[in-house]
Design a protein around this ligand. Sequence first.
Ligand SMILES: Nc1ncnc2c1ncn2[C@@H]1O[C@H](COP(=O)(O)OP(=O)(O)OP(=O)(O)O)[C@@H](O)[C@H]1O
Length: 515
Amino acid sequence: MMRSDNLKEAAASGAAASASLPPLIRARGIAKSFSGNAVLQSVDLDLHAGEVVGLLGENGAGKSTLMHILSGGLQPDAGTVEMDGAPVRFGSVADGIEAGVSFVHQELSVVGALSVAENLHLGRMSRSRTGLVDFKLMEEASRALLERVGAGHIEPRREAATLRAGEQQLVEIAKAAARKPRLLILDEPTSSLTPHEVGGFFSYVREARASGVAIIFITHRLEEAMALCDRVVVLRNGAIVSERRPAETSRQQLITDMTGKPAIYEHRPRTASDTMALSLKGVSGDRLLSGIDLDVRMGEIFGLFGLVGAGRTELLDLIHGVHRPTAGTISLFGERLSLSDPSEAVRAGIALVPEGRKTAGILPQHSVRDNAAISSLRRFSRGIFSDRGGDPRRMASYRQSLGIRMATDTQEISTLSGGNQQKVIFARALMAEPRLLLLDEPTHGVDVGAKADLYDIVTREAEKGLTVVIASSEVPEILALCDRVAVLSKGRLAGILDRVAMTEDTILTMAFKEH
Ligand SMILES: Nc1ncnc2c1ncn2[C@@H]1O[C@H](COP(=O)(O)OP(=O)(O)OP(=O)(O)O)[C@@H](O)[C@H]1O
């Protein structure tokens, strides 16, 4: 196992106050394989009370697997775990929780039909003296919990299904906080939070650290890891390759630790085609959008930026036929679109990579191959699995170019790491050979190296004539990829910036202007 020199020193000083005590968690020689595939190889990790440790690594590096082992959801093939110096072996997640280990997963699991308060109290409903569930008490406790994690704006009575992904994430964090854990594991907790929510969440983590909780923060956002963590551990191919302190390292160094090479993607300018691909005239609809005019040329990569609630996803939904516009017209290559559902969009040559994997229509019980084949098959036939093989050669080529990590494409998609599932969804959209590709936050959960690969592929497809519209809340993504950007604000078009005018400043100023 490779380890950097500053490693042990950093680990030891992570919690100087508790230096004389054994670490809260000491994991030694942790190994795990799936069907003969080694995912973790002899991992050693110490975690001290009162420190925030960032866990970084490429998609499929083994981060979630290691966390499942520490929290009792998986058993290691080899290795030991000690807690406060005594050996422990959690037989289940419940055992882990009992011992004070709480794991907030990447995939959300709130129960949509229940209220926020009920979700927060699942399995531990407050009861009055008469034995009835005391909703008032539950709501008050929920309000306090939500406020603690920076989610005071969420009303406890709200039905959980009506919450945004980011709000659901905060409810999950509040639920974990309620268990008063000693070790809190957070797997990509900020991927769908607004910048404001990230601020509130950071305050909670700092407060938890001050009260002695050990926190593991898994993220693909290196800036956040650098801002929040006392120590950053990098996992590569199932082994720890570095442990560093944020103040003594750089973004580039961490990327190199993760991938073995620096990942830099620069926008490649292209000459605009004369052919109009997508044209929106006075489009209103989906309750929020009003009077949108846009023209996107063939082969252009066109960004849609806006703060939460600006209408980015809603606009993509109108183009993709999820909803019909209440006014205005949408045309694709000069033909007016009148789509009544998304399957018609696929036949018209429009593919969408939707936001959020769970809602992205993956079939979790099915193989990667079946999942990748869905939309391309729909285009040519009406049955989903009429040819279950899809096009294995093209899938193999995307597997290679996107670096999709899996044992075989007959593997169930749900056994892939989160970021690799996202890449399969991306491959699926491209395999449909669309004329127009709609991307809604396409790189959530995708590691920095793979992001650069995805940008490169999108750019290469655009060079061949594919028209791309990408909604993103990440300004660096817009700047890396887009030829122009439309900024939305409260359902209206605040303005369009071309390449020369696009900077972080101009984009954000425009987005905030009418807010
Ligand atoms: N139940 C399983 N069966 C087979 N393979 C699995 C299973 N669970 C995980 N794997 C494999 O183990 C590897 C590591 O996955 P893991 O989820 O730990 O990665 P990760 O570092 O968390 O990635 P990401 O950043 O994409 O979330 C992946 O290649 C994944 O496909």
